[in-house]
Design a protein around this ligand. Structure first.
Ligand code: SF4
Ligand code: SF4
Length: 159
């Protein structure tokens, strides 16, 4: 390639590059100034599994069957089933903990739950410098369900 040809290619790429830059200056930006502006989340966005509350009874739908705990690959769900004084198992959790610091947000627990007790919430501002703050108990998970938009997506269907 001769000198003139190189000069031509250089000048052409400068003109094309600047034309694209100038053109973009007149388009609306696709970014937002987070955290002052919040980006719109699609319905069904996943950030944390939360425990669904039965609005009629005010109790959790969870019957403490343990399927979500067993289906969670990193083992971040811990459930202790309630028992009565005579040692009989009850159909609700004594405690339910989720360690979000290990959660992959894979949705497998939601898919595994046969009792419509888990949904994925679209809360994204849960970060903390203290890793122990990312361990949520059942009351916190139920509160997140009440205060967020959440959705159960299983078998590719929004339910
Ligand atoms: S979303 Fe995945 S990693 Fe997170 S708790 Fe559920 S099964 Fe476990
Ligand atoms: S699978 Fe559903 S009902 Fe069973 S323990 Fe998990 S959340 Fe509760």
């Amino acid at each position: 390639m001769g000198t003139l040809e190189r000069l031509w290619h250089t000048a052409k790429s400068m003109v094309v590059g600047h034309a694209i830059t100038i053109d973009e200056m007149f388009h609306r930006p696709v970014t937002v100034r987070y955290p002052e502006e919040k980006p719109p989340f699609e319905r069904g966005s996943r950030s944390v599994p939360v425990l669904k509350v039965n609005e009629a009874t005010g109790r959790l739908n969870c019957v403490s069957c343990g399927l979500c705990e067993r289906s969670c690959p990193p083992g971040c769900i811990e459930i202790v089933q309630a028992v009565d004084e005579s040692g009989r198992k009850k159909s609700w959790p004594e405690s339910f903990h989720l360690d979000l610091s290990h959660c992959m947000v894979c949705n497998l627990c939601v898919e595994a739950c046969p009792f419509d007790a888990l949904e994925m919430a679209d809360v994204v501002e849960l970060s903390s410098y203290q890793v122990q703050d990312l361990r949520f108990d059942q009351d916190q998970l139920a509160e997140l369900w009440k205060t967020s938009r959440s959705l159960r997506v299983a078998d590719g269907q929004k339910l």
